[in-house]
Structure formats: C-alpha cells, structure tokens
Design a protein around this ligand. Structure first.
Ligand SMILES: Cc1ncc(COP(=O)(O)O)c(C=O)c1O
Length: 473
C-alpha cells in the first residue's frame, strides 16, 4: 500500500479544521476577558516537557485536543490588550487567515515569477513607497528585525571591503552606534566576521539620542588612529525609550564623510504611516539601508520584517547565488529566476507577503496610521497620568510609544514580577541610568485607555502594598 499525509477522511478533517478555526476566533474574540498572562500549571508544563517521541501516530483530533488543552491557554500573552512588554506585535484575525492560506498554498518564495511572487513584488513596492525609497532599491521580506538589519550591514560591509577579502585584511573597520542601539548589532558584527569590538557604543544626549558631537570627535580621532568607518547604525525608535536619532543630521554627516548610514527602524520607522508623526522620522528616507518590522508596529503576526537597501545592485552582489540546478529559463516555472533568493540569506522562503498584501489592502494604510497614532496618544496619556501621581516617577522622555517609569521607594523588579503574576497587565523592565524601571511599549491595536487605567491602578496598588509592608518590618 502506498501512503500519503493527506487526511484519510477529508470530510472529517474539514469538520476538525472548522472546529480549529472557530476555537481560535473565540480565543481572539474573548481576549479582553482573559488574564493578560497565566502561569502554566506544573502538571501541564511537565506533560509538554516530557511528551515522548511519537513513533506511532495519533488521530488529528487527539493531537488538536492536546493543543487546545495544553498550549492554547498558556501563551506569553502578547495578543492581549494589556500586554505591553518588550516590543511584541499582536497579529490580526485577517492576517491569521492569510497565514493559513499561505501555508496551504505553500509556494516556494525564492522567486518563481508566478502569482505569489507578483504579490510579494507589489508589497515590496508599496513598502518602498511608504518609506520614501526609490523604485530601484533592493527590498526583501525576512523573518524579523535582526535579519533585516543583518542584511543592511552585510551590504555595508561588502561596500567597505571593495571586493577585498576579509581574512588577512589589515584595514580596521569601525561601526558607530549608541549605548541605546539594540543588541542585534554585535551579533551581526560577529556573524559578519568583523567582531563585536568593531562596534563603538557612543554616548547619548539627555533624550537618549546618539550624541552627534561625540560622534564627530570619535570619527576624527579614529581616522587619525588609522581606523576606517564602515557604517553608522542609527535607530528610529530605540528599544528602551523609543528615542529617534537625529536622522537628517546623520544623513548629512554620512554623505559628507562617505559613510554608510544604516537605520534600525524596527518599530519606529512605521511612525511614517501616521501623518502627524512622519515629521519625527524625517530623514529616514535618506538612509543607505533601513530595517523595519511589520510584525511589530504594523500589527501583523510573526514573522515579517523588511530590509530596504538603496543600492539594489550592491545588495544583489552581496547575496547572489548560482547553480546549474537553479539557472533561470525564459519560459516555464523558473522563468524570471529566483530574485528573492538573490537578495538575502534564505533560498527557501515562505509566503509571508500574503498577510501583508491582504491586510494592507483590507485595512488601508490610513487606518494602520491612525492606530499607530492611537498608540502614541496612549503613551502621552500614560505620561500625563504618571506625572499626576506623586508615587510614580517618569524615567525618560517618551517621544513615541514607549513609557518608562517607576514606583518611588520600592523594588521595581519585584513589583513587575508581582504585576505579571497578578495576570492584570504585562509591561517589561529595563535599566536606565543604573535604575531598574518599568517599561510600557504600546504596539497593540487592541489596547484601550481603560487598559492603561487598569495598569496604573495595579501598579499603584501593588507598589502601595509593598511600601506599606516594608514600613511595618
Ligand atoms: C529597535 C529594535 N531593533 C531590533 C530589534 C530586533 O527585531 P526582531 O526581534 O524582529 O529580530 C528590536 C526588537 O524588539 C528592536 O526593538
């Protein structure tokens, strides 16, 4: 007997699939009634950890039951309207369906100039337009900000090398950023063979932006010492506070000094979609390369980010791929070749473009921009509330959608853990100026003002208890 992995009974499978869809939509619809996070019962945790290697199969329905009981109720919570931690996007029901359709169709997205590739090409063109990049710039959808940033920095490295080999090269590269640059940069520098110590984490001004006078001095000093600047990595929306580096001035400096300007716009670049915020990220369109995540502030499910490189040919030279088994033809399935595989690391890629295409078309960019603005307005509201409460202290300016604050006189790390355990709200934490603070990042289309009120009430309540119990000891 010959076997296949298609269902034995399509009718039964179709019923199960409809059950899965209905359960997931119920999960999404009832999010506000659920806790923002719940601890996994030890038995469930142990069950999953010890799940034995399944040599023999179980029915699809049984496997789904296990998912329904042991996995679905215990995620990390990022879909929830009161999840404000790190920079975790939420996803939308339409994007979920698009991902299902993409996985069902399962096209190989190395290229192949068929309908799925045309969808990705349209999406990339829309994203170029939104970010003000020229039509000939290189563009690729990738898994996340770390990968999109790696692509930009790879092309920068190759331009710096001017065709020379890296190994045995006596030239000494330097990459400049700030103390607020995200940690992807040192990982990327290690992967690129440049070493993490190529990175100079420069000081910031009082708004957590790269200090340009420090940068100018360092450039002069490093050049005098025989070092060669490879790139300046600036950030549009830092992970800690949402600070935006001075983009126009950096673009001027890079043009003058002939240094590659790479922008990490993981979430902040999307501020360009909100008309009143676009001015804050002006200059972004002048970068040599730009990375941004659609799975953060475009609210799409993981994974989806975009790398844009002004010089598309340079990007192609960095990532070109040849083989007799993938040569393009003028007719047939491989007509048009594998253009996406020539712009990034991956050969086999999934159809993540479909969710971008369907969501952009269905919501319209204007609505996405309005929700981005809504998040920024929510951050401003939170700042006002914090300033009006003597127990609380704002820890940093909040120019965009990230608010850092603390409860005075208590251990804020402990307060944060208690808040998570309460299931009421999930901010994350960070350290600013040597102080641990609570960090609220608003990239959630589900968050309402009442959710922020609940966050504040919970912080005040837990902080109040902690203070009271400390004073009794
Ligand atoms: C500013 C910034 N850059 C890069 C990244 C990394 O992006 P990803 O997690 O999509 O790889 C993040 C993640 O939060 C970020 O905030």
């Amino acid at each position: 007997m010959q076997e296949t992995l298609d269902p034995e009974n399509w009718e039964q499978f179709s019923q199960l699939a409809q059950q899965m869809l209905s359960d997931m939509l119920t999960h999404l619809r009832t999010l506000p009634e659920q806790p923002a996070w719940r601890e996994m019962p030890p038995g469930v945790r142990q069950g999953l950890q010890e799940d034995p290697l399944p040599w023999k199969g179980h029915s699809e329905a049984e496997v789904y039951q296990q998912f329904f009981q042991q996995v679905l109720p215990y995620p990390n919570g990022n879909l929830h309207p009161r999840f404000y931690g790190w920079v975790q996007g939420n996803g939308t029901p339409l994007a979920m369906m698009a991902d299902m359709l993409a996985a069902g169709l399962n096209p190989h997205m190395a290229g192949f100039n068929q309908a799925p590739a045309l969808v990705e090409k349209r999406v990339l063109d829309w994203l170029r337009q939104l970010m003000g990049f020229p039509p000939e710039s290189g563009a690729l959808l990738v898994g996340g900000g770390s990968m999109a940033n790696l692509i930009g920095l790879t092309v920068a490295r190759d331009r710096w090398l001017k065709g020379e080999a890296l190994l045995g090269n006596s030239r000494r590269p330097v990459v400049y950023g700030s103390t607020q640059t995200h940690a992807w940069v040192t990982k990327a520098l290690r992967l690129l063979g440049l070493g993490a110590d190529t990175f100079r984490a420069l000081a910031c001004d009082d708004q957590y932006r790269l200090d340009l006078s420090d940068l100018r001095q360092r450039l002069k000093r490093d050049r005098a010492a025989g070092m060669e600047p490879l790139a300046i990595v600036a950030t549009v929306g830092t992970v800690n506070t949402g600070a935006i580096d001075r983009l126009d001035e950096l673009a001027d400096l890079c043009a003058l000094e002939k240094i590659w300007l790479h922008l990490d716009g993981a979430f902040g670049a999307l501020a360009r979609l909100a008309p009143a915020l676009a001015i804050q990220v002006k200059g972004l369109e002048r970068a040599d390369s730009l990375a941004f995540d659609l799975h953060k502030w475009m609210y799409l499910p993981f994974e989806c980010a975009c790398a844009l490189v002004r010089d598309g040919n340079a990007q192609r030279r960095s990532f070109e791929l040849e083989g007799s088994y993938i040569e393009p033809e003028t007719r047939g399935v491989i007509a048009g070749g594998l253009p996406f595989a020539q712009l990034g690391l991956e050969l086999t890629r999934n159809f993540k473009a479909l969710k971008v295409w369907m969501c952009m078309k269905s919501y319209g960019v204007e609505k996405i921009g309005r929700i981005i603005q809504q998040n920024v307005d929510q951050a401003a509201y939170l700042v006002e509330q914090i300033k009006s409460r003597p127990e609380l202290e704002l820890a940093a300016p909040a120019p965009l959608n990230v608010v850092c604050f603390s409860y005075r006189g208590v251990n804020n790390r402990e307060l944060l853990t208690r808040l998570h355990e309460s299931g009421r709200a999930v901010p994350s934490g960070t350290t600013l100026g040597g102080q641990f603070v609570l960090r609220v990042c608003l990239v959630n289309h589900r968050t309402r003002q009442s959710d922020l009120d609940l966050l504040l009430d919970s912080v005040l309540e837990i902080g109040g208890w902690m203070k009271a119990s400390a004073s009794q000891q």
